[in-house]
Design a protein around this ligand. Structure first.
Ligand code: HEM
Length: 170
């Protein structure tokens, strides 16, 4: 897509140009404190999310078996949803600062794919093995598939954090 076509609002890059030229994109680039503040909000959000996920996964792996899995899930799910309210808008705001760079950055694309995979893993856990949680709620080892999904989940979220950090260097 040539520049004139893109600026005219047609073609695959036009939405990136639109974001780049937006008042938000401009403010994110020019206001001294805006980007760092938004980044801190993003960090607080993903610390909450990844912290909650890891606490739950460790419980599924057998730590603190006296805590009911269902009670912990209820407690941590609220924090995870609250965390997303911080993470996603802050992530999108940072994206608007350099939309072309991020959209063509393989690490950024990998990060989004890993987030989607982690979401699917969590969804499959809930519609799958979690339905039998009454049988392993307290004091009993979780089924092998639950433990495999917990390890997979921690690996995925750890790699998402790694990709996020690497964005500053790529
Ligand atoms: C959901 C879980 C997420 C995690 C765990 C995560 C993790 C991270 C980490 C570790 C950083 C680096 C922060 C720093 O070093 O200061 C980062 C930065 C960033 N994230 Fe996320 N992120 C998540 C979601 C998102 C989403 C949904 C988007 C956008 C749609 C996004 C966009 C960005 C952008 C644009 C940066 C800035 C990179 C830079 O300025 O160099 N993130 N993220």
């Amino acid at each position: 897509m040539d520049t004139i076509g893109a600026r005219a609002g047609i073609g695959p890059d036009s939405w990136l140009d639109w974001l780049d030229d937006s008042r938000l994109g401009l403010a994110m680039r020019s206001e001294l404190w805006l980007y760092p503040i938004v980044e801190v909000v993003h960090i607080i959000g993903f610390v909450l999310l990844v912290g909650s996920v890891v606490m739950f996964d460790l419980r599924v792996l057998g730590l603190s078996k006296d805590i009911a899995v269902t009670a912990l899930a209820r407690h941590l799910l609220r924090w995870s949803v609250a965390a997303l309210v911080l993470i996603v808008p802050a992530g999108l705001m940072m994206f608007t600062a350099h939309p072309h760079d991020f959209a063509t950055n393989n690490i950024f694309i990998l990060k989004l794919c890993l987030i989607a995979t982690a979401g699917i893993n969590a969804g499959l856990f809930h519609v799958g093995v979690y339905r039998s949680v009454a049988r392993w709620n307290t004091g009993i080892a979780a089924p092998a598939i639950a433990r495999v999904q917990a390890v997979f989940s921690m690996g995925l979220w750890g790699t998402v954090v790694l990709c996020g950090r690497l964005l500053a260097y790529t």
